[in-house]
Design a protein around this ligand. Sequence first.
Ligand code: GLU
Length: 492
Amino acid sequence: MKVRDRYPPSPTGLQHIGSVRTALFNYLFARSGNQDGKFILRLEDTDRARFDESYVQNIYDTFSWLGIKWDEGPDCGGPFGPYIQSERTDLYKKYAQALIDSGRAYYCFCTPQRIEEVRLAREAEHSSETGYDRLCRGIDPQEAVKRAQNGEACTVRLKIPLGETTRFHDHILGDIEWKNDDVNPDPVLLKSDGFPTYHLANVVDDHLMEVTHVLRAQEWVSSTPLHVIMYRAFGWTPPEYCHLPMVMGQDGKKLSKRHGATSIDEFRRQGYLPEALLNYVALLGASYEEGRELYSLAELAQRFSLEKLNKAPAVFDYKKLEWYNGQYIRMKSDEELASLALPFAINADLFNGEPAEEQRRIFTEAMPLIKERLVFLSEVPAKIAYLFKEPETPAAEEFIPKKSSLAQTREFLRHGLELVRALAAIPDDEQAEIFVKAHAEKSQVKLGDLMMPLRVAVTGSRVSPPLFGSLRLLGAERSAQRVQRALEALGE
Ligand code: GLU
């Protein structure tokens, strides 16, 4: 059997870690082993009240950034389209009608007010009953049809067969059974505005799109008995189910904004690389090779199988994700890293607009100076701003090495000025260091006492990327100017 699986987001919110995990597992499953399966994107946009077009765009943007492609979907088409539920409403009406005709669904004329009254009355009685009280289930079907045809507002509800048990198998959770009497009582399939509910549209589409496997978050498992009842009512075979373990924060609560960034947009803005995010998310609730942590998308697809999914909830560890990001940053060439970081630098106005060719060159050559310790792309502009903008001259005490005086510091900087000019002839950073060490020795100045004020003068800070690389990129003239300015600030 060829796998056909799907990612069916509702465009009612931004794509977040949980949504990407679901999509990614479906993607990997369709591509795993020799399955040559198909991965489908379907937009479940039937909740018109919460729908927003920007969320549709967010779905496309997120997955194009991550490099996850579907085989069938609204943008690329496919043999089972349309892949947008709001364009399929006639189909849902037809299938709801079929259930009415076979006596497995019924018209309900209860108004929202009545439903609310029932709820309030139960609350007053401290009743444990929830959901619809099945009032309209007792209406004679012929009379109901007449009322509906006369234009009385109505919904269509599923007639859950009472007194029976519904069983299904889940790849992770095993055999599950539910007493039908405990399933959401006769849920609405078709709303009074003619739009389907999630349950109807989801089941009809999974069937018509020949979906073989449903991999979705565990929060949906309570809907599955209902879906299985619907498959039986239609006379269809349900797909195989696999409900993915929840993603938790480190406090054991469902991952949410309280824990930190969750929307993919935020991670992107913080300067995460898609590879890092995908790699980490792929390991949320799945284990591959012992002790191995880095996998490309293709390697994950080769290894993915439902057997490798864990039953226990996955814990999302922001620190671990940061580690992954650092790893993937270090795998980039200087040119790649520069082009990834460039938008952040432009955004931070490092170049006063678009970078000139020379600025671009310096930017790229600065990458090896910061790559080793970089965690986020968004850190790049602040780390190397001094290469493009004149840093503010720090307060005098910042320049003064421990146990030194202001006068000594000026002396160190005068050496610095001489060195900066001499280094113009030494383009190799290691050679430059050897040269400066020799100079310190000859002049009987401690190397640190030479370097520290020089660093502050040139970069504007005591902590900076390597000094010799910085001097090289700035060039002798600009470096000397900065040292001169520092000397003036120190009263020279
Ligand atoms: N539209 C549902 C969602 O937003 C799909 C759930 C399912 O996979 O059945 O997640």
